[in-house]
Design a protein. Structure first.
Length: 158
């Protein structure tokens, strides 16, 4: 069952959005004309409310939308063009890839994924050589087939 969203005008207040999840939980967001958002979440009969101003609501929305962190999910990929996946994977500090080179990990041979860039702090390494040492915290930009993403993540982050 897919989540359903319903909308309702609230005259003099703003607009209400209700999301029912596939787990029989619900989230209600009231967007006030002032920009304030009231977010209500309920689960197992318990309900909580958080009030956010416009700035904080937009930051939370960016987090939920994946602008701050890109989770890896087999059923969801960020960019697929003609069967080619382009994804960002952040390497875990102390993980299997931390301190090893691309060649040592045999990334392409073992996962069929290619590292096309590494974002390391303010530095960007484009088309890294196989001798490039990976570090925890590196954001790798990888290209390959969607079905090979999980094996890449498992190899570099355990």
């Amino acid at each position: 069952m897919s989540p359903d969203v319903t909308e309702q005008d609230l005259p003099g207040i703003g607009r209400r959005f209700d999301l029912s999840t596939s787990d029989d939980e619900s989230v209600t967001v009231v967007v006030h004309h002032s920009g304030r958002r009231d977010v209500y979440a309920s689960s197992s009969g318990k309900r909580v409310c958080v009030t956010l101003d416009d700035r904080d609501a937009r930051r939370l929305g960016a987090i939920i939308a994946g602008s701050y962190f890109q989770p890896v999910a087999a059923a969801r990929v960020e960019a697929v063009v003609d069967g080619l996946l382009i994804e960002w994977v952040t390497l875990r500090a102390g993980g299997p890839a931390d301190g090893k080179t691309i060649a040592e990990l045999e990334l392409r041979q073992r996962t069929r994924m290619t590292v096309v860039a590494i974002l390391r702090g303010a530095e960007t390494v484009l088309t890294p050589d196989p001798s490039e040492t990976l570090r925890g915290g590196d954001r790798t930009v990888i290209v390959g087939r969607p079905e090979d993403l999980n094996s890449f993540v498992a190899l570099v982050n355990g």
